[in-house]
Design a protein around this ligand. Sequence first.
Ligand code: P6P
Length: 349
Amino acid sequence: MKIAKTLGQFIIEKQADFPYAKGELSRLLRDIGIAAKIVNREVNKAGLADILGEAGTINVQGEGQKKLDVYANEQFISALQHGGECCIVASEENDECIHIDSEISKDAKYIVAMDPLDGSSNIDVNVAVGTIFSIYHRKSTEGRATIDDVLQRGTEQVAAGYVIYGSSTMLVYTTGKGVNGFTLDPSIGEFCLSHPDMQIPKDGVIYSINEGYYTHFPDGVKKYIKYCQVEDAATKRPYTSRYIGSMVADLHRNLIKGGIFIYPVTASTPKGKLRLVYECNPMAFIIEQAGGKASNGYQRILELDVEQLHQRSAIFIGSENMVKKAEEMMLCFSPQQTKKSFEGVVELQ
Ligand code: P6P
């Protein structure tokens, strides 16, 4: 029986892709993999352990922090603190960045931005949730790393990945040379290569968007939704609507099957809901590396200026030709017109 390649073996093997690598990135990815296994253990028994429900604290988003959010955040931060390869961590769960000043990390050259447990409101109803991470080189050369080391454009990412805690637990990541997926084999406690060189189909028949907000969507989004629903055999429409409400789960399905995920600006979230630094940028890097496309409807996600740690962005991400079609429709309505359409919540004629 062919023994699957473990994440650790794969990371070391691929280290050769980086001639100047001295193993730091390899060790950093290993540290993230270890924390993912620990979080997975708790996610899988959330219903049993006293780890469900509100932690009583509130995160920077003003959202009630469920205990598993807090636990996952602690586990990833701890793994990064003890791994010695990361000097500063930005997390959705923390207002400010966390400096890692330990002796072994003072010369660390990597920055990690993460959403430790995205979609955690789904935990109580047993829906797949995920961890999203993004890795940058530290830019500053002396003293402590600063917020400026974190607020880098998505194009500067060294690596990005996600963990999906679903019917199986998978870790999917890229270091800029394609996307590879690893499935956790609980019998040996290792992530094993199960989806080598993942490619998202150029076309798909799945569209993922919370249509409950239809009246609050920009006109271009309304136009695209109607396009998806029109009967047209030549383009395999109407498409299928699939929306889990967990970004990692929706994007993972679309990465494998093809599709588009849209979280646009809405009247109640005029800058978008999803976070640029630790949700949109890492997922955009992964999807582009798999041959897909990611924009805010007008501009490539990875080229957006990053000004604030918890900055939000609209996101249109997935199969290249589907994102292009959606962008075409957004262009019928300029950003200014889009903004105007919110003022009166103008109905699409
Ligand atoms: P809505 C989960 O809370 C999340 O951040 C993403 O994982 C998900 O795609 C989105 O929000 C769902 O938002 O407004 O449709 O419930």
